[in-house]
Design a protein around this ligand. Sequence first.
Ligand SMILES: C[S@@+](CC[C@H](N)C(=O)[O-])C[C@H]1O[C@@H](n2cnc3c(N)ncnc32)[C@H](O)[C@@H]1O
Length: 224
Amino acid sequence: MADTLPSYLTFELQKLMTNEFLNNKKQLFDLWALIYDWLFPSVFYQAIHKRLLEYIDLPAQPNVLDIGCGTGRLMERLATQFPDLRAIGLDLSTEMLRVARRNNHHRPRLIYIEGKAESLPFADGQFDAVFNTLSFLHYLEPQQVFDEVARVLSPGGRFYLVDLTARNSIHIPPQYTPVMVGGIRFLSLKTREDLGSGAGLLCLGHYPLLGPVFLTIFSKTPFV
Ligand SMILES: C[S@@+](CC[C@H](N)C(=O)[O-])C[C@H]1O[C@@H](n2cnc3c(N)ncnc32)[C@H](O)[C@@H]1O
């Protein structure tokens, strides 16, 4: 008798585990949404959004995507700073999106849709820039998310990834990085670079924004 599961069963089991992981995240953020903008960390997040803006380089009339947009605070800031910008915010949590839609001062330039970072419901090359702030640590399939970001970016488009990292952390590939309580993972800056190059994204640099929070900027090479 074979002592390993047939590959189709392994695949189905992995799918079930991923779905359960995503459902748990959704429930967590649906609860958090009600108080998200009122909690102390919100001050911290907004300071990070403000600093991120100093590094942004967008073409005229940019079409951008914010993955894991939460209550839409970064999207509001972007729409105010770039009056000809159009943006879509995508998030797993229905309740986070409810708050984002209620606070949308730039409709119809800003719209919000429910979806997963791991399977983006957009066309190839649709966006000039993709943003992802303080959400990446929640992803179980980081390479899949990078592949999706590379797919939806136009050639020369930029990916702005902001997340917590340990500056001098030892480089451990994501598949061996332990998932901590709450289903989060801190990836090193080198791991970000590797994930980017695996998806055909060139790392342009890492920039400290606040404490352990770093911005990494990627560019999509014309050959992806
Ligand atoms: C800590 S909040 C950050 C929200 C916002 N980007 C900010 O900077 O304030 C993380 C967000 O990521 C979303 N999220 C987590 N996993 C996700 C996934 N796999 N796909 C899409 N969104 C996800 C959560 O629902 C939550 O709104």
